[in-house]
Design a protein around this ligand. Sequence first.
Ligand code: PMP
Length: 415
Amino acid sequence: MQNSILDKFTKEALDAARASNTYRTMRLLESPEAAHIELHTAIEGAPRHQILLASNSYLDLANIGELKQAMAEAVLEWGTGSGGARLTTGNKIPHEALEAEIAKFKGEEAAITFNTGYMANVGTISALCGKNDFIFSDELNHASIIDGIRLSRAKCFVYKHNDMADLERAIADAKKAFLETAREQSAENFRGLIVTDAVFSMDGDLANLPELLQITKKHEVLLMIDEAHATGVLGRTGRGLAEHYGCAHADITLGTLSKAVAAEGGFVAGKQQLIDFLRNKARSFIFTTAMAPAVAASAHNNLKFIEAHPERVQQLQDNVKFFCERLRSEGLNVPTSPSAIIPIVIGDEAKAMHISEALQKEGLLIPAIRYPTVAKGAARLRASLMATHTRKDLEFAAKKIISAINNPVSSLRGT
Ligand code: PMP
């Protein structure tokens, strides 16, 4: 009886996902995250050993001996778990030390950490905005931004991707709607927030921070950027989008500790009062157990490592430049973005899948990203690079990608 009710709740959705080729499964890695991995592969004929061009661990810090040792020592000192929420007993010395380090790294007054970047977005947006507020969101923003907006119940205006004219149009429309529905209010009471990824996770392109700053000033609205894929990647020392452009910071800078920093957690950095506000109001900060102190200590150590080793950031940026130029020289239309995410657009969903599988047989793990993650007919290989990929790795990858794209028939054969 119980089972048939459960079936009703789940079966239809799963059947629909299978029918539309969007049923999700997980790949299993039999080695730690690194530039070279051992993969438990489901593809016949594919070797276990693969070059990984699919990681968010851009600086490849997860396996550095001294960083692993520091985390192990933090476990021995602080135990396995935090035992409470930050506002009860969970707040330990490593949490506060990490937040001070993030503030320093980002050049802000203060910072607050969340257990994940997802929770940082959801908690921050829903704390800052309510149903009388207006949010302007880039159409390619990450799911955690979208979920934060939904939770806030604010009125959301989605603007065309990176289209500043469309953003200004949306702000004008929202102001008009505000004045029409609340005649007793003046325009000064209008509260708006622009929110955008700093690096877009499926396209690898950048938000135009200098122009966004001008627009926020002109229209007197707030700006929040999500530096999940920018922290440790962009700017001479990996500080992110503002360092890349050499411009001022957004009002609210959010990021994750799980990608280039190679630990776990999310953060917001900004003015002290913003951080005090989030500590008081962000529900995904308040109503959850604090991250394990050893995770905080690990994120802290890894961040300090990035500060001490700007050459590692440079190495990543050099790899991106080399790889993109190599692909471009063979006629592939690869965008000119300095981020470590490189989309190679194939178009057709089945073709992208087949090319990705053919590459896996050659020992290269580059996932195909399809609808609904990206638009229909815009399926792509999504390559992401690490600082430790060697020129030999990248040369090999470029050769195999070009050959698989130019000879789709042979890459389809046997799949
Ligand atoms: N924002 C963006 C742009 C992301 O790509 C991600 C992770 N894919 C997140 C937020 C969430 O970060 P976390 O993995 O730490 O939850």
